[in-house]
Ligand binder design. Structure first.
Ligand SMILES: [Zn+2]
Length: 211
């Protein structure tokens, strides 16, 4: 799933707070948003492995949730929503596509790394790829209740995430075509930091294999 969907999903986790503890909703929204985003900060350094912990975030979220229920405070709610947002992100990545330049081709068997079992989890492709029409639909579905429930400045964040989601969905296939071209133009010193899947020679090898 694309980053805006993860960001909106993290924020949506804070929606119940409006019913039970509205004064803690803002801190919950920020923490959920961060939890939804942070795992993808590994985009250029061991993507879906370095900061993706589908098992550990989920396990850590259990005592955090209990502590927030027993001692509701800004600190316990922030920790809980961050961990729940990050856990949801990593687990939902399993239901998307694998790691590859053109995920709609479905060649990759790597969705998310499971540090607990020491292996990659295969993609389920319920959402066929990040930036697919169904991914956008999911973003819209998450944004609607948020726009209704949250006030300013969060409404702005939701609308901005939605705008990025629409633009990314429209440009998704063009971006995949451009990535190897741009990677090829980079100086060698920079190129060594470009993930394999964006390099033209790696891409050509993968395409040959899938033919
Ligand atoms: Zn991710």
């Amino acid at each position: 799933m694309m980053l805006p969907t993860h960001a909106l999903a993290g924020m949506a986790l804070a929606l119940p707070l409006f019913a039970v503890a509205p004064e803690l909703a803002p801190v919950g929204l920020v923490a959920g948003l961060l939890g939804g985003i942070v795992p993808d900060l590994d985009m250029y350094a061991g993507h879906r492995k370095t900061l993706h912990y589908p098992v550990y975030y989920s396990v850590a979220a259990v005592p955090a949730t209990l502590s927030a229920l027993v001692f509701p405070s800004a600190a316990t709610v922030a920790a809980t929503l961050f961990l729940l947002g990050a856990a949801l992100h990593c687990v939902s990545d399993v239901f998307g596509s694998g790691l590859e330049l053109r995920p709609w081709e479905g060649n990759s068997t790597r969705a998310v790394y499971d540090h607990f079992r020491g292996r990659w989890i295969a993609p389920r492709r319920l959402i066929r790829y990040d930036g697919s029409p169904e991914d956008l639909l999911l973003s819209v579905g998450l944004a609607l209740p948020l726009i209704y429930a949250v006030g300013a400045p969060f409404q702005g964040v939701v609308i901005a995430a939605l705008a990025v989601a629409v633009a990314y969905t429209l440009l998704r296939r063009t971006l995949a075509e451009l990535a190897p071209v741009v990677a090829n133009l980079l100086p060698a010193a920079v190129r060594q930091y470009v993930p394999d899947r964006y390099l033209p020679e790696v891409d050509a090898a993968v395409s040959r294999r899938s033919r």
